[in-house]
Design a protein around this ligand. Structure first.
Ligand SMILES: [Zn+2]
Length: 243
């Protein structure tokens, strides 16, 4: 698919000219979009290398102005090249590239429309997804829940790619920068790709921690109170981090 896109791109004429074409889908990437795409691809590859994603089961996006760059559907991240840049506007209309954007675009757009997110990471990480099948909220096993805004909720199940799932997700994300998606996975956002990625890694780690502690026969892990988590949230904000 990546090859196909490049062939079409080569046949489209000069790249400077293409930038001025008003019609959506035909323009070429601005320099800042090209840089953001490079960072997006690096982040997407990291989700695979670090075991948060198997194959192409997750997706990553980053916002540049009113354009959302997003991983295309079904293309392995190691095959994504600079010319594969895929972008949509906030209404979901394709403005960059010819590859099909991820089918989970409605979730990404819902977050960008309603929060100050600049980057979003969505995965099917195994421990987080396991927890999503067990509880309506991740038990407060660790104070790092505060880095996601507080106890992490689980959005009720809906079919992937639907507006219903996006709505369930937005409710679970209220005052949070991450949530679990029941029988599906994780979604986190941040002011940068690195921050969104780190929040996903922290969330997966906390889920793994709770599963590990709660699987010891005859023992039940101690949990933190909401007040204890909130106190850490205050402290983190004091250090200049977003809650
Ligand atoms: Zn998914």
């Amino acid at each position: 698919m990546a090859e196909q896109q490049r062939d079409q791109g080569d046949g489209r004429g000069t790249r400077e000219g293409a930038q001025d074409v008003p019609e959506a889908w035909g323009r070429s990437a601005l320099p800042e979009e090209a840089r953001a795409w490079e960072a997006l691809v690096a982040t997407a590859r990291r989700t695979v290398f670090e075991g948060l994603v198997v194959g192409t089961s997750g997706n990553v996006s980053v916002r540049v102005g009113d354009t959302v760059l997003v991983t295309p559907s079904g293309v392995p991240y190691d095959r994504l090249a600079p010319d594969d840049v895929t972008g949509v506007d906030l209404a979901g209309r394709q403005v960059l590239g010819t590859l099909l954007p991820t089918s989970e675009l409605p979730m990404h757009l819902a977050v960008y429309r309603t929060t100050d997110a600049v980057a979003i990471v969505h995965t099917h990480a195994v421990h987080a997804t396991a927890v999503s099948t067990l509880v309506p909220e991740l038990p407060t096993i660790h104070y790092m829940a505060a880095a996601l805004g507080g106890p992490v909720r689980v959005a009720p199940y809906a079919t992937y790619g639907t507006d219903e799932l996006a709505e369930n997700m937005l409710r679970a994300l209220a005052d949070r920068t991450g949530c679990l998606l029941q029988n599906h996975g994780t979604i986190t956002y941040g002011a940068t790709l690195d921050q969104a990625y780190d929040r996903t890694a922290q969330l997966e780690w906390m889920c793994r921690l709770w599963l590990t502690a709660s699987s010891v026969p005859g023992l039940t892990p101690a949990l933190l109170s909401r007040e204890q988590v909130a106190e850490v949230g205050e402290r983190l904000r004091g250090y200049g981090q977003q809650g």
